[in-house]
Design a binder for this molecule. Structure first.
Ligand code: ATP
Length: 494
């Protein structure tokens, strides 16, 4: 059911037309966000919806009735408004301010304060988390706390429709999230309809069911966050460069703002010259002079990360730790590595046998660093036949460093290309899965990291058809093959 139907609403302040033919509907229990740059008409639209401004043209229908047919009192029972700027009502306490919200429910010439009124005020104050400040003068509260008092006043009205102008203005991030989670709960549990103006597009995307985007008083987009959050659209509406990312846990887009001006990263020399290589007693550490964007399956720094340190740590053959991640973090800290900017892998293979391969293309350079052991060699196509894996020495750790800008697709393709090259090296070295007696495709605990400088030339792809993919394939293949031979030699000589 539509709680709000807005049809061709236009509005002008004197000769300044600020809204043009705005049309949309809002359904019951929906959280409906209004977004747009400063001066695009958001507050004016909300003021028209809240009856603060008279309608000049078009129509607004609420619950099937024209908005103008609601008396002030009827309207106050139906809708509560949290305006953008609210002056502190000096002299009032928190409780007294929230009690004003019950005005709409008072009847007769000499209204009486009922138990229901008392309860509604108490609940509203509890819901915004201000019970402890109930007798405090609101002029003694912080901006964020005061905002919560006004929200409690709106809630005490027990409205069916909440109209909010930047509801989380002045709030710290904890309070914002708390309040917005609460709004979602009210919307879903109490079928409360919420129309709110947001400035933060990521907050709006995360919490709103649908969004309306205004630009110079016109609707430029209307739909779900998934539909609307397109970099080109946001670029044209907000004049800001953005890139769309996936939220880690919710099926909502996250927009990352791109800085217009970047410090030019001065890169001297080839790719390898930008790293220092340190061989310590039990690890290899590669340190970059500037952070690289990395996609990895590493124990530390998995997924996409920016990193300056790449550590391949040799652990004893019988290393057995229930919480290897925490233990590895302690190890990194103990050795002075910045954990948040480190990609950390483990291996039981001798790190002295690490192999590096380098290729310098016309527009890029690729550097592959591989340690390999095959005690745990396995044929991926047959792995399902094994009930459990014995852990022996042998895992293949691959690090690929690339000078260039990689798209996310290119990162994934680089991982595919490197994996295929590794598998081919295993095949050519005739490495067998000892359980199934078939060719091994990898080991049971292989690890990979693809790191790119994100400067220079852009590579949209890194499959084997591209020059970059060819270089990745060759360097990883050669390095893996050589590392496998060194591993075999060490085994034969011991
Ligand atoms: N009372 C007023 N008299 C004249 N012009 C006004 C008045 N209120 C707003 N305007 C103008 O109307 C336009 C839209 O203002 P509005 O406050 O609706 O925008 P907004 O999108 O809410 O902006 P913001 O993000 O800055 O809050 C602006 O150009 C503003 O200057």
């Amino acid at each position: 059911m539509h709680v709000l139907e807005v049809n061709n609403v236009s509005y002008r302040y004197q000769r300044n037309q600020v809204l043009h033919d705005v049309t949309f509907t809002v359904t019951e229990g929906e959280i409906f966000g209004i977004l747009g740059p400063n001066g695009s008409g958001k507050t004016t639209l909300l003021k028209l919806l809240s009856k603060e401004l008279p309608l000049q043209s078009g129509s607004i229908v609420v619950n099937g009735r024209p908005l103008r047919s609601f008396s002030q009192k009827e309207w106050a029972r139906f809708a509560a408004v949290l305006p953008q700027i609210t002056d502190a009502a000096f002299g009032y306490t928190v409780k007294e301010t929230v009690e004003l919200g019950r005005y709409a429910h008072q009847n007769g010439l000499f209204p009486t304060w009922t138990e229901e009124d008392e309860q509604a005020v108490k609940t509203a104050i509890e819901e915004v988390g201000l019970t402890e400040k109930v007798e405090e003068g609101i002029d003694r509260l912080s901006g964020g706390e005061r905002q919560r008092v006004y929200l409690a006043r709106a809630l005490a009205q027990q409205p069916r429709l909440l109209l909010l102008d930047e509801p989380t203005n002045h709030m710290d991030i904890t309070q914002q999230i708390k309040l917005l989670d609460q709004l979602v709960r009210w919307a879903k549990e109490k079928a409360l309809t919420i129309v709110a103006i947001f400035h933060d597009i990521n907050i709006a995307s995360l919490y709103c069911d649908r969004l309306l985007m205004l630009k110079r008083g016109e609707v430029v987009a209307l739909g779900t966050p998934e539909e609307l959050m397109e970099p080109e659209r946001l670029n044209s509406v907000f004049q800001a460069q953005v890139s769309r990312q996936a939220h880690p846990t919710v099926s909502k887009p996250l927009m990352a703002f791109l800085r217009k001006w970047e410090f030019p990263i001065l890169q001297h020399g080839g790719l390898r010259e930008r790293f220092t290589w340190t061989t310590m007693k039990d690890c290899i550490a590669i340190t970059a002079s500037a952070p690289l964007k990395v996609l990895s399956s590493a124990l530390i720094g998995s997924g996409f990360q920016w990193a300056t340190h790449f550590v391949n740590r040799q652990v004893p053959k019988d290393y057995d730790c229930e919480d290897a991640e925490t233990e590895m973090k302690h190890y990194l800290r103990r050795h002075g590595f910045p954990v948040q900017q480190t990609i950390g892998m483990m291996t039981a293979v001798s790190i002295e046998d690490a192999v590096c391969m380098y290729e310098n293309g016309d527009a890029f350079s690729v550097w592959a660093v591989v340690t390999a052991g095959v005690g745990n060699a396995v044929d991926a196509a047959q792995a399902w036949k094994r009930a459990h894996f014995d852990q022996k020495i042998g895992t293949i750790n691959i690090m690929v460093f690339i000078d260039g800008i990689l798209t996310e697709a290119a990162y994934v393709q680089a991982i595919m290309t490197a994996t295929e090259a590794k598998t081919k090296a295993l095949y050519d070295e005739k490495i067998i899965d000892s359980e199934t007696n078939t060719y091994a495709t990898g080991t049971s605990t292989d690890c990979i990291a693809v790191a790119a400088t994100q400067t220079g030339v852009t590579f949209p792809y890194a499959g084997t058809i591209t020059p970059l993919g060819k270089a990745i394939g060759r360097t990883v293949y050669e390095a893996t093959k050589k590392a496998l031979r060194r591993y075999q030699q060490r085994r034969e000589s011991s």
